[in-house]
Design a protein. Structure first.
Length: 285
């Protein structure tokens, strides 16, 4: 079974989503919500994470976290594992509470963290659970605008400083920013390779971090080859021998489908298949 690519390095920022098994509820009452937040704070403190935003929905949760020590997987195993134990013990159940592996989108902090913080706390509004974000008590929104005591593990300084001011004025500007996001498009449309939320410069910076993982077959193709060159780059030489080599390289090394290569070259995909086999036969001789 294909597993998501995990990229971990000091200072990485992630949008984490984890859903209930078979999309069932993972919080049955207020005590469950509270227990999860306790588990979350324990993990944030233990693994030295920075929690920028969160929202707990009935059957899934969203987290926006920064990992100064590059230890995402260790912390997530702890978080989901401990909460599952608490949930099953309290409700006299056994088995999985959360569905498979969590989803982790690697985020360009400078360009997307602010927008994602808004997207996360607006989930209850956009799904029709409440009319206003402050009506949902299980998100970081109320803490951001100065309501309530909040979590001891929550950090709001980085986001508020983006508004260039401190105190109540920055909280008011953040509140206005969130309300403007109700009609804004989802940032998910800009996610690349099911893994990255950032521009080409951001992806270039982490290319070296994932090259060692690109040959792992169990990683989904779309994630494995996120750094691959375009077909235009691969076929920039017109020489026939080099073209055959480029066809083989595009399919085998960079994961382009026979159909995609054929459409680019204006030939039938069986022609591409024959070229790939011809090059492989030469290598075997």
């Amino acid at each position: 079974m294909a597993r998501p690519l995990r990229i971990e390095y000091p200072g990485a920022v992630y949008h984490i989503t984890s859903r209930g098994n078979a999309r069932e509820r993972i919080y049955l009452d207020d005590e469950d919500y509270g227990r999860f937040l306790n588990c979350l704070c324990s993990v944030v403190k233990r693994f030295n994470w920075i929690l920028h935003a969160y929202c707990l929905m009935s059957n899934h949760y969203h987290l926006l976290i920064e990992t100064p020590e590059g230890n995402l997987s260790r912390g997530m195993r702890q978080l989901n594992g401990i909460y599952t134990q608490h949930f099953n013990r309290r409700h006299h159940r056994v088995g999985h509470v959360l569905q498979g592996r969590y989803q982790a989108i690697l985020v360009d902090k400078d360009n997307y963290l602010l927008e994602l913080s808004r997207y996360i706390v607006l989930n209850p509004v956009k799904t029709g659970m409440v009319k206003e974000p402050e009506e949902w008590q299980w998100s970081s929104y109320n803490e951001m605008i100065g309501y309530g005591k909040g979590l001891t593990c929550f950090t709001k300084d980085w986001i508020l400083l983006k508004f260039g001011r401190k105190g109540e004025e920055s909280e008011t500007l953040y509140q206005e920013f969130v309300r403007e996001g109700i009609k804004a498009k989802s940032p998910w449309k800009e996610v690349k390779g099911q893994l990255y939320l950032g521009d080409e410069n951001f992806i270039d910076k982490i290319k070296e971090l994932i090259k060692s993982q690109e040959t792992l077959k169990e990683i989904p193709r779309i994630q494995r080859y996120i750094t691959k060159p375009s077909l235009e780059e691969i076929f920039k030489h017109g020489d026939k021998k080099l073209k055959d080599k480029a066809v083989h390289e595009a399919h085998i090394q960079y994961g382009y489908t026979l159909k995609a290569i054929a459409e680019y070259l204006g030939v039938h995909y069986t022609t591409v298949s024959r070229v790939v086999k011809k090059v492989e036969d030469k290598h075997e001789k």
